[in-house]
Design a protein around this ligand. Structure first.
Ligand code: NAD
Length: 286
């Protein structure tokens, strides 16, 4: 058996086309495009590439970018003041602070300062609370992107064994809650879990969000399982996932590549969140 490859790039492109179509319907009605503000501090090359990609994607679907790039020396109060301005700006529907930040800045305080209705990354405690309670709200982009990929498969998640590797607030924890909301039976495996392979081998859905290149080998995967690789690791000038793709391909039923799997979905869900906030403002549907 060879796994079917889940083509995140194509799925993301068609979702973005749907968003672009919806924006062109809404524009004449409300007289302005949705707006997304990406705040970046410093010159981290990976972050710069992500921010450029987000801004390009905004342009492509007809969303306005209100990006702000601070020097690495920017103070907490300078960034807070800009967040406050953007919270008040009626042309801005989504705000996100690109992580990681330089160590002198407090990311939790900055994220908490964002108006929860404009929290495009879904990381504000109000939105995380809504996720825990199962209420509608802004969902964090990478786990929501994983769920959107899973929804393209001919598989009902109800009652399936889902194993999430990693428990970060950015990916692992919110993803476990989203899988739970989809009625999967969910286990989280983390750095202190003994014999993780005994648990991963039971997974119908296995998601790796660890940050260790090629950690997941064929022997850790149940034959026919869906394997979603969130990891992005640099190996020389190449990007590799947490899953040893070539090793796992003959065992899994479905698998995402890196790059071209979860990555393009993260940006797409960011755009979708921003459009959702815009629609909420006008009481219309996405
Ligand atoms: P993190 O470092 O915050 O968390 C890693 C988690 O992995 C921790 O909870 C830790 O307990 C767990 N872990 C460590 N060793 C483990 C092991 N041997 N087995 C199981 N779990 C283990 O990282 P993060 O922010 O959650 O990101 C994880 C990976 O996903 C990184 O490679 C990151 O670059 C990538 N990422 C990708 C996207 C995307 O858009 N594709 C978005 C966010 C993060």
């Amino acid at each position: 058996m060879t796994a079917q490859i889940i083509d995140g790039k194509t799925i993301a492109r068609s979702m973005q086309q749907r968003l672009a179509d919806r924006i062109s319907q809404l524009l004449p009605e409300y007289g302005r495009p949705p707006g997304l503000a990406v705040l970046m501090v410093g010159n981290d090359p990976a972050s710069s590439a992500y921010v450029a990609n987000k801004e390009k994607s905004c342009d492509r679907i007809g969303m306005t970018s209100f990006g702000k790039h601070f020097p690495v020396t920017a103070s907490q109060s300078e960034v807070l003041a800009v967040i406050e301005e953007l919270n008040q700006n009626p042309g801005v529907d989504g705000i996100l602070v690109q992580l990681p930040l330089p160590p002198h800045l407090d990311s939790v305080e900055l994220i908490t300062a964002i108006d929860p209705r404009k929290d495009a990354d879904g990381l504000h405690p109000v939105n995380l609370g809504k996720l825990v309670r199962g209420e509608p709200g802004l969902r964090s982009c990478t786990p929501a992107g994983v769920m959107a990929l899973l929804q393209t498969l001919p598989i009902d998640l109800t009652g399936k064994r889902a194993v999430v590797m990693g428990r970060s607030i950015l990916v692992g924890k919110p993803l476990a809650l989203m899988l739970l909301a989809a009625n999967a039976t969910v286990t989280i495996v983390h750095s202190r879990t003994p014999a993780p392979e005994e648990i991963t081998r039971e997974a119908d859905i296995l998601v790796a969000a660890v940050g260790k290149p090629h950690l997941i080998k064929a022997g850790m995967v149940k034959p026919g399982a869906v394997v979603i690789d969130v990891g992005i690791n640099r190996s020389g000038d190449k990007l590799v996932g947490d899953v040893d793709f070539a090793d796992v391909l003959p065992v899994a039923g479905y698998i995402t590549p890196v790059p071209g799997g979860v990555g393009p979905m993260t940006v797409t869900l960011l755009l979708q969140n921003t459009l959702w906030s815009y629609c909420q403002r006008y009481g219309t549907n996405l």
